[in-house]
Design a binder for this molecule. Structure first.
Ligand code: QV4
Ligand code: CA
Length: 472
């Protein structure tokens, strides 16, 4: 459950945070498919508690019915089908650790009644016996000390009603919850709050999931791609390594690792296990995520869209380098960290380099939008011919399949750089788009193991080429 079943030539995932199912379906057809991104991570599609429109209310499940502000069951199914049709996989954000915050009662985003005081969720159904309260020994009932693995797993995370994944009944409900997405054609899961569940329970639950759906175009042997959210920045008894036996794990150290080297890109050459990180096969990597871009979930300096220049160089590096399975965050602007998304959806893709009306759309930026094509076309190769310029500039090849140059300096970087690419004239995917046999922007010529580069500084300080996108 470690390999993403990406379509051939596709690579990398984009987190379209808070996008509706209908808007994602359109983005797959107009942008992610043609640009050959591997997958989209979607916000939790299941019924949630209505707290006040904050983004985080979606992390408070009421039932496993597909209905909330992103859309309903039919819209979710339509999205997955249309994305698969253009070679883009869907990864679903799932929340098996808990239900909503304790206290009060009401109806969720799908109209289902719940009572969070008496721990009654008739929409599943779950009741008091399915919860962990009896296994938690803190006085508040919440997690009070991250130094005690038992309470981290059996007590409530910020008062969110904690499910007991140790019982057959709860396991069965969680397996059904995840299998419904596989039936609809989804290809994997971002699993929320795994630090707060016992690894042995997760192993059982993931092991019972169906293979990816043949009727959605999968081979019938592929397992769902599992990546688990475990924030391990050291210093706690629970480690990310406890979870790598049955899926990948989000490598949060990577955010700080790249974020603290924006002015010394050359140090990133061997990022990975040499830095004490998870093995390449076990990790999902990202420059920032929906939590740490707004001060939730883990400390340290992370680079976000607010530092657009650094985000472009680091995202290009992440998508080009061979360590970990990369995820690109696509955000909306906010001034209050609790603030929900704009009340409308992003404008449709028309070849431009962002979105309007409050959406950032990092994945559409000039420097970033063609990275899916690059990643998909260098699959199976490692980093070769690493080289460095004089002013925070790096370049490397991916065997004989691709080459990239990143200009973290303050002036153009031009010259002749060693590469393992074959001779040819290639479309510079960081500066323009491939057309039938050509390119809308500059090209890069490779001859005799040398690439002639001219990487600008400014809006798109990166150049990347692949054998799949020639220009002659
Ligand atoms: C508050 C107090 C509690 C108090 C309670 C009283 O904090 O101490 O007991 O009120 O009712 C929201 C509020 C939070 C509130 C809670 C329960 O922000 O103040 O508790 O609801 O009502 C997101 C947000 C949380 C939010 C949660 C549920 O980040 O703020 O809580 O959604 O709506 C750790 C974990 C890691 C986690 C990270 C944030 O190890 O797993 O914290 N990350 C994931 C998600 C994250 C999500 C959750 C987990 C929970 O990425 O987005 O939390 O699903 O590091
Ligand atoms: Ca728990």
């Amino acid at each position: 459950q470690w390999e993403a079943a990406y379509a051939p030539g596709h690579g990398g995932m984009v987190h379209l945070f808070e996008w509706s199912h209908a808007a994602i379906a359109e983005e797959c057809e107009k942008m992610l498919g043609p640009k050959k991104w591997g997958a989209v991570q979607v916000s939790p599609p299941t019924e949630n508690r209505l707290v006040g429109g904050q983004w985080w209310e979606r992390y408070q499940p009421i039932s496993y019915k597909l209905e909330n502000r992103s859309g309903n069951h039919q819209e979710f199914a339509d999205m997955v089908r249309r994305c698969n049709a253009v070679g883009v996989r869907t990864f679903v954000d799932v929340i098996p650790n808990h239900m909503c915050g304790g206290g009060g009662s009401g109806t969720g985003s799908g109209g289902t009644f719940f009572d969070a005081g008496s721990l009654d969720f008739p929409g599943v159904p779950y009741s008091r016996n399915d919860m962990n309260d009896n296994n938690c020994y803190t006085s508040s009932g919440n997690i009070e000390n991250y130094g005690d693995a038992n309470q981290v797993r059996n007590c409530r995370l910020v008062n969110l009603i904690d499910l007991n994944q140790g019982t057959e009944y709860v396991r069965g409900k969680l397996v059904d919850y995840l299998n419904q997405f596989i039936d609809l054609g989804a290809a994997g899961f971002r699993v929320d709050a795994c630090k707060h569940m016992w690894p042995g329970d997760l192993d059982v639950i993931f092991g019972r999931l169906k293979n990816l759906n043949v009727r959605s175009g999968f081979k019938g042997t592929e397992r769902p791609f599992i990546f688990q959210e475990v924030i391990d920045q050291g210093g706690e008894p629970i480690t990310a390594n406890e979870y790598t036996g049955f899926g990948r794990v989000t490598e949060f150290k990577y955010c700080m690792g790249v974020g603290s080297n924006t002015n010394s890109l050359k140090h990133l050459a061997n990022i990975g296990p040499d830095w004490g990180y998870l093995s390449p096969m076990s990790s999902v990597v990202f420059v920032n995520n929906h939590d740490n871009q707004r001060g939730h979930g883990g400390g340290g300096h992370v680079v976000t869209f607010e530092e657009s220049w650094a985000l472009k160089t680091l995202t290009t590096f992440m998508m080009g380098h061979d360590y970990g399975e990369p995820r690109v965050m696509s955000s909306y602007y906010f001034s209050d960290p609790d603030e929900g998304p704009p009340g409308w959806q992003p404008n449709g893709f028309n070849g431009g380099f962002g979105c309007e009306n409050g959406w950032v759309c990092e994945h559409r930026w000039r420097a970033i939008q063609n990275l899916g094509m690059f990643r998909g076309s260098v699959f199976g190769t490692g980093v070769t011919k690493w080289s460095e310029g004089w002013d925070n500039q790096i370049a490397f090849s991916r065997g004989n399949k691709g080459f990239m140059a990143i200009n973290g300096g303050s002036s153009n970087w031009s010259g002749s750089i060693a590469t393992s690419m074959p001779d040819g004239e290639y479309c510079d995917l960081g500066q323009g788009d491939p057309t039938d046999g050509g390119c809308t922007g500059p090209t890069i010529r490779v001859s005799g193991g040398q690439a002639q580069i001219n990487v600008p500084t400014g809006d798109s300080p990166v150049s990347y080429i692949s054998v799949s996108y020639t220009a002659t």
